[in-house]
Every structure is written in structure tokens, then in C-alpha cells.
Design a protein around this ligand. Structure first.
Ligand code: B12
Length: 312
């Protein structure tokens, strides 16, 4: 493959085919640019592609392998022992010294947060998309959602609230994340079975990412799922649920949602739905809703979702 264009180019989608510039690789892996060049000379790895300008561009699988190499160095191995190893050999090695688990258990670190903020500030879609796709493949869907996606959204929201990131950066992150979540779900959807879970937000609720998070979790659990999207009139949700013979309707309610109108809309929805359709109310705002009608079940977290799915 010939590398063309700048680091911001790329094919979109899950990001697998995209190439990382050296600075982004260094920031993501914690391995200095000088070291990356030295390993390339000495060990033949990494082996980036070159632009016409001579600049290096790294495929995503090499970035993943570099992450594992860095973990092995942290375990006490020398570069000469681990840089030439294939990914599966590195994983075996790390498993044997317990480092893979330790590395993954670290969850979200300041280095990850700052590399994500950095990519947002530069609107660097390839870096962000590949970083998310890499984490998803290393962690698996469940842990990716719990240990990366949800904490990162919290960090982005806080950074926006204190003026560190602007709304354009948050929108950019949300768009790339939504594409990533959708891309992961599409691969799982054909295997989904049973009456579907239908997901939406109520009118005026624009926080729709929760729907994509939950949809991916539902698809990963092997259930059929339909996302209707945010800001939907109650009777439209009712009709969709009817048409699909939904096993459950899941609402995502953000912490921003005003309690009284939200509870009223949930009551109207419950009355419109068939008694055989469960109504789950999730999201950061679900905890603050008092007086939920009978038959509307708070299912606030992804752990609660697992239990609710098991009970369908
Ligand atoms: C992205 C974002 C936006 C985007 C949304 C884009 C999109 N496509 O979704 C946009 C730009 C639209 C937006 C707008 C606004 N936002 Co906003 N936003 C966020 C941000 C950064 C992430 C939201 C998110 O997706 N969180 C992830 C969700 C999924 O987390 P969660 O709700 O806790 O849900 C968890 C579980 O409950 C579960 N879950 C979620 N849904 C469901 C559903 C079911 C059925 C189940 C089982 C589980 C489940 O999944 C999650 C995993 O644990 C948050 C920061 C944050 N900490 O959340 C701010 C935040 C929510 N926004 C905020 C604000 C103030 C706003 C605006 C008022 C800004 C403005 N002045 O215009 C508007 C309001 C728009 C509206 N009318 O709804 C504030 C709310 C503060 C407050 N206490 O009220 C926050 C907290 C930012 C902050 N730190 O100040 N926002």
C-alpha cells in the first residue's frame, strides 16, 4: 500500500486502514520518537510506510504492537528481547508476567486522556478513530464501554465545563465516537436474536450517545436492537415499539434532563406501550427521577443492563 496525503487523511469507518503520524504514535504509546527511529534501524520494527515527503506513517496494527512492547519493557524486558516479537508472542509473554492484565486494569490514565484531548484539539480523526478501535480490540466490547468510553465522556464533559476544550472539540469527539460504536455494532447485529430492544431519548433530550453505548452492549449480549435516536416524540416511540413487537424500550436520560417533564413523558410512554414491552430508564439522570410510574424500571448502569437483559 502506498501512503498518501497528510496524517489527517484516511478512509473513515473504523479507522483500521488509517495511518498514524509519528508524533501521535509517540504520544499514544509513550515511546519517544528517537526510540522509534532507533528500533526501526536496529530491529526492522516498527516498519512505517513513507510519504513522498519522507514522513513516516504507522499502520494501526503496529501501534497496537508498540503498546504491548512498551508494557513488556515496563515488566523488565530489554528492547532487544521484545521489539522483534510478534503480537501473539508478546501477549503470551505479558500474560506470563501478569502485565497484560495489569496494563488493562489501569483503566483510563492521564496519558490516554491527554492523547485524546490532543487529537480533539487537532481534529485528528485518524488518531482518535484508531486509538478508540485499538482500545476496543484490546479490551473487548464490555470493558471498552465501561473503562474507556464512559470515563472519556466524563473527562470531555468536565474539560468543556472548565473551558479547557471548546464545544467544537466535544462535538468532534462525539462524532468520531458515535462512528466507532456504530461500526462495532454493525458487525454484531446480524447475530442478534429475540424480540428487539428499542432505544430512544425523549423530546428535548439531545444526549444520544448513551443510546449507542447501550445498543452496542445489547448487540454484544446477542440480543436484537434498534436505535431510534434522540429527541423523539412519545407517540413515535410507541408506534415503533408496536411495529417491532419490542421486548423492551430503553430510554437514555442525561443528568441535564428536567425531572418533572421527564417523569410525565415516561408516564405517557408507559401508558402507550403494550404491557408485554418492558420500559427501562437509564442514563446519568435516571437516579434523579422521583415518582416513576409503575412499570417503568430504572436500569441505570451497564451492569444493571446485563441483569435486565438476562431477565427478558
Ligand atoms: C456529548 C455531550 C453533549 C452532546 C451530545 C452529543 C450526542 N451525540 O450525544 C451535545 C453537544 C448535544 C450536548 C448538549 C448539551 N449538554 Co452535554 N454533555 C455531553 C457529555 C460530554 C457526554 C454525554 C454522554 O453521552 N455521556 C455518556 C452517558 C451515556 O453517560 P450516562 O448518562 O452517565 O450513562 C451511563 C449509564 O447510565 C448508561 N446508560 C445511558 N443511557 C442508558 C440507557 C439505558 C436503557 C441503560 C440501561 C443504560 C444507560 O450508559 C452510561 C454507562 O454507564 C456530558 C458529560 C458527561 N459526563 O456525561 C455533557 C453534559 C451531560 N452536558 C451538559 C450540558 C450542560 C449540556 C447543554 C445544556 C449545553 C448547552 N449549553 O447547550 C446541552 C443540552 C442539550 C439537551 N437539550 O439535551 C452537562 C450537564 C450538566 C448538568 N448537571 O445538567 C454535562 C454533564 C457536561 C458538564 N460537565 O457540565 N452535550
Amino acid at each position: 500500500m502506498t501512503a498518501t496525503g497528510s496524517g489527517s487523511g484516511g478512509s473513515g469507518g473504523s479507522g483500521d486502514a488509517q495511518l498514524w503520524p509519528m508524533g501521535a504514535v509517540s504520544r499514544r504509546t509513550g515511546i519517544g520518537e528517537h526510540t522509534l527511529r532507533a528500533w526501526e534501524r536496529r530491529f526492522g520494527f516498527p516498519s512505517p510506510e513513507r510519504l513522498d515527503s519522507g514522513h513516516r506513517r504507522y499502520p494501526a496494527d503496529q501501534v497496537q504492537r508498540l503498546l504491548l512492547i512498551n508494557a513488556a519493557l515496563g515488566c523488565g524486558y530489554r528492547a532487544g528481547d521484545v521489539v522483534p516479537l510478534e503480537r501473539s508472542e508478546l501477549e503470551d509473554l505479558l500474560r506470563s508476567c501478569g502485565a497484560l492484565e495489569a496494563e488493562l486494569r489501569t483503566g483510563i490514565t492521564p496519558a490516554i486522556v491527554s492523547s485524546v484531548f490532543d487529537a480533539c484539539e487537532r481534529f485528528d480523526r485518524p488518531a482518535l478513530a484508531v486509538s478508540l478501535a485499538t482500545d476496543a480490540s484490546l479490551l473487548g466490547v464490555k470493558r471498552f464501554l465501561r473503562e474507556r468510553v464512559v470515563p472519556l465522556l466524563g473527562e470531555i464533559g468536565d474539560a468543556w465545563a472548565r473551558g479547557q476544550l471548546e464545544i467544537r472539540h466535544e462535538h468532534f469527539f462525539s462524532e468520531v465516537l458515535e462512528d466507532t460504536l456504530r461500526g462495532l455494532r454493525v458487525g454484531l447485529e446480524p447475530a442478534g436474536s429475540g424480540r428487539p430492544v428499542v432505544l430512544a431519548t425523549l423530546p428535548e433530550e439531545l444526549h444520544g450517545l448513551g443510546l449507542h453505548i447501550v445498543a452496542l452492549a445489547v448487540a454484544a449480549a446477542g440480543r436484537s436492537v434498534r436505535v431510534l435516536g434522540p429527541h423523539l416524540p412519545v407517540d413515535e416511540i410507541v408506534r415503533a415499539a408496536e411495529a417491532l413487537d419490542a421486548a423492551a424500550v430503553g430510554l437514555s436520560v442525561s443528568i441535564f434532563a428536567p425531572a418533572a417533564p421527564t417523569v410525565a413523558a415516561i408516564g405517557e410512554l408507559r401508558r402507550g406501550l403494550s404491557p408485554s414491552t418492558r420500559l427501562w430508564v437509564g442514563g446519568g439522570g435516571a437516579d434523579h427521577l422521583e415518582g416513576l410510574p409503575d412499570g417503568a424500571e430504572p436500569v441505570a448502569t451497564l451492569d444493571d443492563l446485563d441483569l435486565a437483559l438476562a431477565g427478558l
